[in-house]
Design a protein. Structure first.
Lengths: 204, 121
């Protein structure tokens, strides 16, 4: 597969490292709070796109904040963004693993039961037609289609897209946040762009 | 515009980013409140615990108790000194190792002692 060489339009206003942190590293509590304030909404939306559940997403973001502050707050502020998303990624992976285990057990216990729908993954999948915040805010089909397309993406592709395009991390930072190589980031991103482009062609 | 047109590619990405920004910017108040609480709770881990708070609280409580016992008027009447004395005497009787019969005959011994004194005088 060819790797996209298109320039990703990253707005500098979304780069924490560019805009909010000077060369002098500071671990001041106010800077830490500002950083969390800066990333929390997007982190929540990312978690929500991954889980399709607001409450679960809020819990995961809270866990990520706790883990980040506990383990990485003393790190240079220039490293905070990839580290925070690394923690969030870890929490999301844990959540998916727990969910898979739960689904398997449910399938075992409900196989003998009359209700076969409970173990049905399709029945348990999030309702993609349910209007999310995008639709409520913009009221446009483009917003809903974007959200649906993002939810349908494999998690690694979605993560690469959101971190790179939306959060504005560079390739190296995205790789650090995802715990993979820069080459993998480029591959995931290229596939994500292709899939999204196909899904949203009408709105592109 | 062709599908491979980089300009077109950038345009839809900018549009997608704007839509995502709208979704993040328009979160409801309850969600924002929960995010705020989560952030504060996370930051609390780093805030130093107030080690002086416990001793200060204990000292304050002691001072308050002292003031209450010293200055507040007692509502009930002062305990009767005779009653207190009798109660103390009863307590001595119960807790003593001496036989109860000895105490039952105590009046007789007192009378006997008085008789002896009268005879002596």
């Amino acid at each position: 597969m060819t790797i996209s060489t298109h320039t990703i339009p990253v707005s500098p206003s979304f780069s924490w490292t560019d805009q909010h942190v000077n060369a002098q590293t500071t671990t001041d509590e106010r800077a830490l709070e500002q950083f969390l304030k800066h990333v929390e909404r997007r982190a929540l939306r990312m978690a929500e796109l991954a889980t399709a559940q607001r409450d679960e997403a809020l819990d995961l973001v809270q866990d990520a904040m706790f883990g980040f502050v506990r383990h990485y707050a003393a790190k240079p502020a220039t490293e905070w963004a990839p580290l925070f998303y690394r923690v969030l990624d870890s929490r999301l992976n844990d959540w998916h693993r727990r969910r898979q285990v739960r689904t398997r057990w449910l399938a075992v216990f409900t196989r003998s039961a009359d209700d076969e729908e409970e173990g049905d993954e399709i029945a348990q999948a999030p309702d993609l037609n349910e209007p999310g915040p995008l639709l409520r805010l913009s009221g446009s089909e483009a917003a809903r289609d974007l959200e649906d397309a993002l939810r349908r993406l494999p998690s690694r592709q979605r993560q690469a897209f959101l971190l790179r395009v939306w959060e504005g991390l560079d390739v190296a930072e995205t790789a650090r946040a995802m715990g993979c190589s820069e080459g993998s980031v480029k591959t995931h991103l290229s596939r994500a762009l292709h899939a999204l482009r196909t899904a949203l062609e009408d709105h592109a | 515009m062709s599908r491979n047109d980089p300009h077109n590619h950038s345009n839809w990405l900018v549009q997608a980013k704007n839509l995502l920004d709208e979704s993040a910017g328009g979160l409801d108040a309850a969600t924002l409140s929960r995010l705020n609480r989560a952030r504060q709770a996370a930051l609390d881990q780093r805030r130093p615990t107030r080690r002086w708070a416990l001793p200060a609280g204990l000292v304050s409580a002691c001072v308050l108790l002292l003031v209450l016992f010293t200055y507040l008027p007692r509502d009930g009447a002062a305990p009767d000194s005779q009653v207190t004395k009798n109660a103390a005497g009863d307590l001595d009787l119960v807790s003593s190792d001496d036989s109860l019969e000895f105490y039952q005959d105590l009046e007789f011994y007192a009378w006997l002692e008085a008789q002896d004194q009268d005879l002596g005088s």
